[in-house]
Design a protein around this ligand. Structure first.
Ligand SMILES: CC(C)(COP(=O)(O)OP(=O)(O)OC[C@H]1O[C@@H](n2cnc3c(N)ncnc32)[C@H](O)[C@@H]1OP(=O)(O)O)[C@@H](O)C(=O)NCCC(=O)NCCS
Length: 144
């Protein structure tokens, strides 16, 4: 049986999909498509994506990962995370409370806020939705 989805580097013609996915999640538009990987369906349409940003020490941050609602629960998020870990090594991120169970399932562990670079923390500091969102700094050193 053919795979449900495959992964590839994002291209400019993916933008309209990615912009709609970030918009629906209330996230910022992606500043560039550098280190953005998309999961695509059989028609080569993105059904989810991950963007990795590199901190000053070169540690990779997931910022962000989104899977279209109709594709959730099919292993797309896990595949995007695992491929990023293979490419970049340790992954760190700030999880929304609503997605913490996903990261728990993938073997991420809560970590200290000071392991997360300040520009990410500034996104949370002073945010009116902080209490509702319950952001949690997390890391995964090795693929589990
Ligand atoms: C979080 C998100 C990326 C998960 O993507 P997904 O493709 O549905 O995840 P997968 O199907 O690969 O799931 C991987 C594992 O996580 C578990 N999981 C995923 N979402 C879960 C949830 N909401 N609650 C509990 N477990 C969850 C799955 O059961 C699966 O576990 P298993 O492999 O042991 O069976 C997706 O729900 C999403 O885009 N959410 C909105 C955007 C968002 O919050 N992004 C994170 C920003 S920090």
């Amino acid at each position: 049986m053919a795979a449900l989805f495959t992964l590839r580097a994002a291209r400019e013609d993916d933008r309209r999909y990615l912009d709609s996915y970030t918009y629906r999640e209330g996230m910022d538009y992606l500043p560039s498509l550098e280190r953005v990987t998309v999961a695509v369906n059989a028609d080569d349409e993105p059904v989810g994506f991950i963007r990795i940003s590199l901190g000053r020490a070169g540690v990779a941050r997931v910022n962000p990962i989104v899977v279209h609602e109709s594709w959730r629960g099919y292993g797309v998020g896990r595949a995007l995370i695992d491929e990023a870990q293979d490419a970049y090594g340790e992954l760190r991120l700030v999880s929304r409370g609503s997605s913490k169970a996903f990261y728990d399932a993938l073997g991420f562990e809560p970590c200290a806020w000071d392991l997360i670079e300040s520009d990410v923390i500034e996104d949370c500091d002073g945010c009116p939705l902080f209490d509702e969102c319950e952001p949690c700094p997390m890391r995964r050193a090795d693929r589990s």
